[in-house]
Write a protein that binds this ligand. Sequence first.
Ligand code: NAP
Length: 296
Amino acid sequence: MTERVGFIGLGIMGLPMAGNILKAGFPVTVWNRTASRAEPLAQAGAQVAASPREVAAQSDIIITMVTASEDVRQVTLGEDGVIHGAQRGAVVVDMSTISPQVTREIAEALQAQGIAMLDAPVSGGDVGARNATLSIMVGGDAAVVERVRPVFEAMGKKITHIGPNGAGQTCKLVNQILVVGNNMAMAEALTFATRAGVDVGRVLEAVSGGAAGSWQLSNLGPRILKRDFAPGFSIRNQQKDLRLAMEAADQMRLPLLGTSMIHSLFRVLEADGRADEGTQALVKALEKLTGVTVEG
Ligand code: NAP
């Protein structure tokens, strides 16, 4: 039986992800708070519902890809939320990056109504969402993960079951600590190269494939050289994730030295009104401190 898939949240990530599920042949019903964002999917053959509740009533697997913990709570458990429309035996798959603790709370509330939940945050950025090459980190019951796997495979390449509910989100926070560390290294290295007077484009080409290579460097480095600061991933969302990582570290009494410093540098950019720029704008914080402008 082909699973009917519902998709809630058609932002930078959700729109191409839902499009890839549709392309893979699943019947798809979508909803987005700002209704106009659903138009490209309606044209591609998706049904458009009037609320998350209506999406759930027409779907076996309901995916949410919204912003933060409270947004996921609202579309799943709130008035007109998924819980009011889903049938027993349905699965909710939250692919947003949110608090592991809130994930567990939502999973419990859904479970009480006979609805399973997986937390399945992703990595790979806007590029991975468009090319269906996301890494998907999954928390929840193993049998449910297997049931949803064909849908995951329509969106991603590396699908890893980490552990019970919340474990996917914890893995994503680990991912974000790595991401900002790589971003910081890139910003510092490109500033250094510029001040040293070498051809930054050639430097980027030379170092990207070696031991210093990273997704950040290969995908965001060229955008910095073109002074393209449009968001693949916004500073606003990055800060949300760093707060989650620092909260979790605080509960464990664990210092997060590099991460907390980078969070502060992003604060400088937020104060400059740049929260909706892409995370590659981290370099601008260093440019402000050094007077260097990185260009390729
Ligand atoms: P985005 O472009 O800002 O999209 C956010 C989406 O969530 C929009 O469709 C928005 O609806 C919807 N939304 C937010 N709050 C809502 C609420 N209370 N009720 C209903 N809908 C709500 O963000 P994004 O970049 O796609 O990111 C989505 C999630 O994926 C975030 O948790 C982010 O941290 C994570 N993520 C992003 C990336 C990336 O590279 N962009 C990578 C991995 C993970 P409207 O259209 O009405 O605003």
